[in-house]
Design a protein around this ligand. Structure first.
Ligand code: ADP
Ligand code: MG
Length: 578
């Protein structure tokens, strides 16, 4: 059934009720908010107001202007497995609504005091039902414009066990806020208001997503979000916004994945997104993203989890791949720039020695980053392909000199560029390692003995064949000891890896996830040219030429900037030329 075209509420046939994923719907106050907001959206509301007190345990109230519930159907609304949204099993494959289980109101009424005020027509008169212990104890006419108000009080007071599992009020408020934010982003055309302890903490204007982003994330963050060019795989379409490299979060709370406007934990997409950002962001930081995937209803299975947050997606893997490629290609290109408002400390040499005047504290030097140029719609080549296709990653640069035995000073069309030689080489080696197909060449080394903690030893032992493919010849003696006999050969790399081998492999053994990528980063880091090494002109030219072929020439694999761009306007301002 389509949203807004309301059918009467009916009990599901037993066969359908059995097929619905079983499990507890109402685990915490945030689940109450989620279910009530979903009901309001299914009712076609254009305005939804959420009110919360006492971390949601004392009060949750959701007010909407949707289609309302006819008075005679109110008892059915509180009956388990009775719904207006599907009629039978067949409809599960064609779901167009957020709800379909017919369980939320019944589950909430079982663990809280519920008052429902609803009107299904424009007569100005509605019905108020008082529900206690899951039963309707009073039903009286009351004035109400079309729409529904559900008030939930004293949640879990009759279930002390569940009350214990509810985190502190602050954690709960964060979860509730996240629920409302996600739906505000999923339904930008709906006006949302969130009131916490009587204070308005979120308000959206009900227009377009571009307008909702600053309302949810704040103007500064919204400015650093870039529109993803629409990605299409088969019948699946992915659109959305992703953060630039300098805007990060310490957790995944800023990542919102929507499938057919339902917030989900689409693991494949999430992992692809995180993997693509990882080499661009400092360790432990996460991006902000609002990604919306549209699919025909038959291509999504939402009935795999009671809270409906896990879904199975058709084309999930291909979408994840396309998304990852876009992030790597689009966000790894922009050079770091000193912040526009930065004033460099100036030094003047006088007869008395060096006289410093800082126009603003030089200690406060911040390095901001230029936004990536909005990526085009065409598919960009993946890491490693670029070189073969002869495309440039960098602006045309004229090498001027090496400075401080650490930086290449270059001149480009838009100012001066300082390139960190170690990080540049690290990036080049890393991308080459990633793009390599087939087993790596290995060089025999003076054997190195490795002693690991038992858990780490077991982990390393299970990875020996993959390590061999990467060029590490490593033998296990059982127990905690390993012998390393060969390490990967890297043409053009310094011999820095061998001495660090024990540390590198110990890290691999300690790493749970992503160990292969981390290993490549580690190999690149140890093998790369150091700072403090004087380079010949040819070596510098070669490094620049190689950097020009990589996909993300502006950040090292650890996520730190490797190019600093002193733009013409920046220099003009600093020198007060104009
Ligand atoms: P479901 O949403 O899975 O159908 P619920 O228990 O959440 O189950 O709601 C039961 C029924 O009550 C819904 O099918 C719908 O017809 C009606 N309903 C609940 N909330 C609202 C609302 N805010 N506006 C209109 N109808 C509602
Ligand atoms: Mg519902």
């Amino acid at each position: 059934m389509a949203v807004g075209v309301r059918q009467p509420i009916r009990p599901l046939p037993p066969r359908a009720a059995e097929r619905i994923a079983a499990g507890e719907v109402i685990e915490r106050p945030a689940s109450v908010v989620k279910e009530l907001v979903e009901n309001a959206l299914d009712a076609g509301a254009t305005s939804i107001r959420v009110e919360v007190r006492g971390g949601g345990l004392r009060l949750v109230r959701v007010v909407d202007d949707g289609c309302g519930i006819p008075a005679d159907e109110i008892p059915l609304a509180f009956q388990r497995h009775a719904t207006s949204k599907i009629r039978g099993v067949e409809d599960l494959a064609q779901l167009a609504t957020l709800g379909f289980r017919g369980e939320a109101l019944a589950s909430i009424a079982a663990v809280a005091e519920v008052d429902l005020l609803t009107a299904a027509d424009s007569s100005g008169l509605g019905t108020e039902a008082t529900v206690r212990g899951g039963s309707i104890v009073a039903c009286v006419p009351r004035p109400r414009q079309r729409g529904t108000t559900v008030t939930v009080r004293y949640l879990f007071q009759n279930v002390p066990a569940r009350l214990k599992f509810v985190a502190n009020a602050r954690g709960e408020l964060a979860a509730i806020t996240a629920v409302v934010q996600r739906y505000a982003l999923a339904y930008p055309e709906v006006r949302f208001t969130l009131l916490i302890e009587g204070r308005q903490t979120l308000r959206t204007s009900g227009r377009r997503l571009a307008a909702t982003l600053p309302e949810v994330f704040g103007a500064a963050v919204a400015e650093a979000l870039y529109a993803l060019p629409p990605l299409t795989v088969g019948e699946a379409h992915l659109t959305g916004y992703l953060s630039a490299r300098h805007v990060t979060r310490p957790n995944r709370g800023g990542i919102v994945l929507l499938v057919n406007r339902r917030w989900v934990e689409a693991r494949a997409l999430l992992q692809a997104l995180e993997a693509a950002y990882r080499p661009l962001l400092p360790r432990g930081r996460h991006p902000i993203a609002v990604l919306s995937c549209a699919l025909p209803p038959h291509a999504v299975d939402v009935n795999v989890h009671p809270a409906k947050t896990e879904v199975k997606l058709l084309h999930g893997a291909e979408l994840a791949e396309a998304l990852g490629r876009w992030v790597r290609e689009a966000l790894g290109r922009s050079a770091a720039q000193p912040a526009a408002d930065l004033e460099l400390g100036l030094s003047l040499l006088t007869r008395e020695g060096t006289l410093r005047y800082a126009l603003s504290p030089p200690a406060a030097r911040r390095v901001a980053e230029t936004p990536p140029s909005p990526p085009g719609r065409e598919r960009r080549p993946a890491a490693g392909e670029r070189g073969e296709r002869g495309e440039s990653s960098l602006p045309p640069l004229r090498l001027v000199s090496q400075v401080q035995a650490a930086l290449l000073l270059c001149e480009g069309p838009a100012g001066l560029y300082l390139i960190d030689q170690h990080r540049a080489h690290e990036r080049v080696l890393y991308e080459r390692l990633r793009a390599r197909h087939g087993p790596a060449a290995a060089t025999e080394i003076e054997p190195v003995v490795l002693e690991l903690r038992p858990a780490d030893a077991a982990r390393l032992a299970s990875r020996l064949s993959q390590l061999a493919a990467l060029g590490f010849q490593c033998e296990w003696f059982g127990g905690r000891s390993f012998l390393v006999r060969a390490a990967p050969t890297l043409p053009g790399a310094a011999a820095g890896l061998a001495p660090a081998l024990a540390d590198v492999l110990a890290d691999v053994a300690a790493e749970e996830d992503d160990w292969q990528d981390r290993l490549l980063i580690s190999i690149a880091c140890h093998s790369a040219l150091r700072r403090g090494v004087a380079l010949t002109w040819e070596a510098m030219k070669a490094l620049l030429a190689e950097l020009d072929t990589v996909a993300a020439p502006a950040v090292c694999p650890h996520g730190s900037p490797l190019i600093l761009h002193l733009s013409e306007p920046f220099l003009a301002r600093q020198f007060r030329w104009r």
